[in-house]
Design a protein around this ligand. Structure first.
Ligand SMILES: Cc1cc2nc3c(=O)[nH]c(=O)nc-3n(C[C@H](O)[C@H](O)[C@H](O)COP(=O)(O)OP(=O)(O)OC[C@H]3O[C@@H](n4cnc5c(N)ncnc54)[C@H](O)[C@@H]3O)c2cc1C
Length: 264
């Protein structure tokens, strides 16, 4: 059994949103200086899902894969410290400005190159851009079934069994392997690696592949989406004091104003 977990490196989602700046000219989010990027929240939970399968079946191999800058090696190492076996880091200038289709093309090409993958786990969404489409696109490109929003994932008799989260219920779905599953926070907290595991992860192998290694070039990855504008919306707050000689009069004036504003 071979599981690939896709982990994206994102700006630390634990710091206050107000500390991020937006460079409108460059159309980029600028995280505060000196704050190290981290694995996307749901992706660490996807690694946890893989580790629970491995806990139940020790012959399971878990590959942690990330596409991004050279620093994305750190989020791979974190997955390896959680118990992953090896990593794949996808770095290339041709990968710098990918849209979701391009991201999924690179990840699915790398998964195909690995060759013997039974199950691909992704987060339900990346916590920076929140598009929530990459897992489903990978499934489409691998011609594999996809099950989204998993709160539990298990594998038996060549099938993956997933409890998925609905707005007001849970449902259980099975799919044949190979399959793709996107993992939600309801699965539970990711395990915290111990110092010994962190040291062991430093010795685990991380293969680094570029566009050529996965058989893609800049033309194949040309974005089909254009980012037109990136900005922080301006929110205005107006204060209006309700006049009136008595509380009843003030309340009546407030009700009139709310009606005028069509709020009641
Ligand atoms: C026109 C345009 C320009 C953009 N420019 C930039 C830019 O300059 N810089 C930038 O950082 N982003 C940019 N983005 C966002 C980038 O395209 C998205 O990061 C990418 O499409 C994936 O979407 P998402 O991050 O919301 O992931 P989702 O679709 O929400 O991710 C779902 C899951 O897929 C997996 N996944 C997603 N991305 C990766 C990854 N890189 N490695 C491993 N697993 C992954 C994870 O498991 C994740 O939980 C741009 C988007 C558009 C549309």
């Amino acid at each position: 059994m071979h599981i690939v977990v896709c982990v994206k490196q994102v700006p630390d989602w634990d710091i206050p949103p107000a500390s991020f700046k937006v460079d409108e000219a460059a159309k980029k989010v600028v995280p505060p200086p000196g704050v190290a990027p981290v694995p996307s929240q749901f992706d660490a939970i996807a690694v946890e899902a893989a580790m629970r399968i491995k806990d139940a079946a020790a012959d399971t191999k878990v590959t942690v894969m990330s596409l991004g800058a050279a620093s994305a090696r750190d989020v791979i190492k974190h997955g390896l410290a959680m118990g992953g076996d090896e990593g794949v880091l996808l770095v290339d200038d041709a990968f710098n400005e990918l849209d979701s289709t391009g991201t999924a093309k690179v990840l699915s090409a790398a998964i195909k190159k690995l060759g013997d993958v039974d199950l691909v786990l992704t987060g339900r969404q990346a916590v920076d851009w929140d598009l929530g489409v990459t897992g489903t696109l990978i499934a489409e490109m691998l011609d594999a079934p996809v099950i989204t929003f998993a709160r539990s994932v298990s594998v038996t008799d060549g099938k993956v069994r997933v409890e998925r989260v609905l707005p007001d219920a849970f449902e259980t779905i099975e799919a044949s392997l190979p399959a793709v599953v996107t993992v939600s926070n309801e699965l539970g907290e990711p395990r915290y690696p111990k110092l010994q595991q962190i040291m062991a992860a430093a010795r685990k192998q991380v293969n680094q592949w570029g566009a050529q290694d996965v058989g893609l070039d800049a033309a194949a990855l040309a974005p089909r989406l254009t980012l037109e504008q990136l900005y922080v919306p301006v929110t205005e707050t107006k204060v209006e004091i309700m006049e009136g000689d008595t509380p009843e009069e003030q309340a009546a004036n407030l009700a009139r104003r709310l009606k005028e504003a069509k709020l009641i």
